[in-house]
Design a binder for this molecule. Structure first.
Ligand SMILES: [Zn+2]
Length: 343
């Protein structure tokens, strides 16, 4: 089968189809970015954080796919406007900016002994729901070319969940990953050599049920060693805000070398949203982030000035999407996570 030579304005027909998929997703409120044609790896940016020369869009710090993901129609049209197979980008959906938690159900050929011989993440999830006396609400979902399922949920307000990996840490269970902050999924309408990503369940994206949110909420981070700003902040904030602060602070502190800039920027954006929502003082947020980044300053070219710039930029960006914590709503979530973290 030879590749089609039919061209339409702004690219070939397949590019046009994928552009439509991306525009529809953006119109539905999701932040999209190009994923390699026929693949599942981000196609932007075209340089790594380590190779970043700080030019153009990266002038004030490296911009990864999560930062570049957009709902802007003009940008989407620019991305999906080429011709030829390499230009037929699949559609990545950045979960963090989109406010999504996607439950990624995998399959295995080895039956799981602890789960009645289950071979799919779907079975594990159903058993988990049964153990908790819960059912899963209907929500938009897709199937992947390798028989996986992606269940889309909205991130409950005030939560900033990150990815989890099946069977590790506070994940839901084996064969179940979750994609949230720092994660993405390949959207329905995208193609791989094995097949297509297709909508399984049409309709609205339901909010992540509280019991799943609780299971996915990391236990509060341990008290930091030497952080006056954090203590000040936590006194002002409620426990929920404090948990977010501690989590972001720990993420920055423990960021791998190539991830320092992105992690700091992401943390600053998260805190910036809380600043914008009046949950957190801007100076405290800045001081907290700078302190967390302190372990990296002076190490392999990471400068204090650079850290300061990134923090300032991230906080300003985040403040444009203010986030307020609904305290009543999250009381049980917070205490539930604290309780299960005690073991
Ligand atoms: Zn860059």
């Amino acid at each position: 089968m030879s590749s089609t030579r039919r061209r339409v304005r702004g690219g070939d027909r397949e590019v046009a189809r994928l552009r439509r998929v991306a525009l529809d997703a953006a119109a539905a409120g999701l932040y999209v970015f190009p994923v390699q044609a026929g693949g599942k790896l981000p196609a932007v940016p075209r340089h790594s954080a380590e190779r970043c020369r700080g030019r153009g869009i990266c002038a004030a710090g490296h911009q990864g796919w999560e930062q570049r993901a957009t709902r802007d129609r003009a940008q989407i049209c620019r991305w999906w406007s080429g011709t030829g197979e390499a230009a037929r980008f699949n559609v990545g959906i950045a979960c963090g900016p989109s406010g999504l938690v996607v439950i990624d159900l995998d399959t295995s050929t080895d039956p799981l002994p602890g789960w009645g011989g289950a071979t799919t993440g779907r079975e594990v999830l159903d058993q988990l729901a049964a153990r908790h006396g819960q059912t899963l609400p209907a929500t938009y979902s897709t199937v992947t070319p390798t028989d996986g399922e992606h269940l889309y949920y909205r991130m409950p307000q005030g939560l900033a969940l990150r990815n989890t990996h099946g069977g590790h840490g506070h994940s839901l269970g084996p064969l179940i990953d979750t994609r949230a902050g720092g994660g993405f999924v390949v959207g329905a309408g995208s193609i791989r050599p094995e097949g297509a990503y297709m909508v399984a369940e049409h309709g609205q994206i339901a909010e992540l049920p509280g019991w799943l949110a609780t299971l996915l909420t990391p236990p509060p981070a341990p008290e930091p060693r030497r952080s006056a700003p954090l203590v000040l902040s936590t006194r002002r904030a409620n426990a929920y805000v404090a948990a977010i602060l501690a989590g972001e602070s720990a993420a920055v502190e423990h960021a791998a070398k190539g991830q320092r800039q992105i992690t700091l920027l992401t943390a600053a954006r998260t805190l910036g949203r809380l600043v914008g929502g009046g949950e957190l003082d801007a100076d405290n947020a800045h001081a907290l982030l700078l302190e967390a980044a302190g372990v990296h300053i002076g190490v392999e070219g990471f400068t204090r000035a650079e850290a300061e710039r990134t923090i300032t930029r991230g906080l300003a960006y985040g403040a444009r999407a203010p986030r307020r914590i609904d305290r009543r709503h999250h009381t049980d979530t917070t205490s539930g996570a604290g309780g299960s973290g005690e073991a």
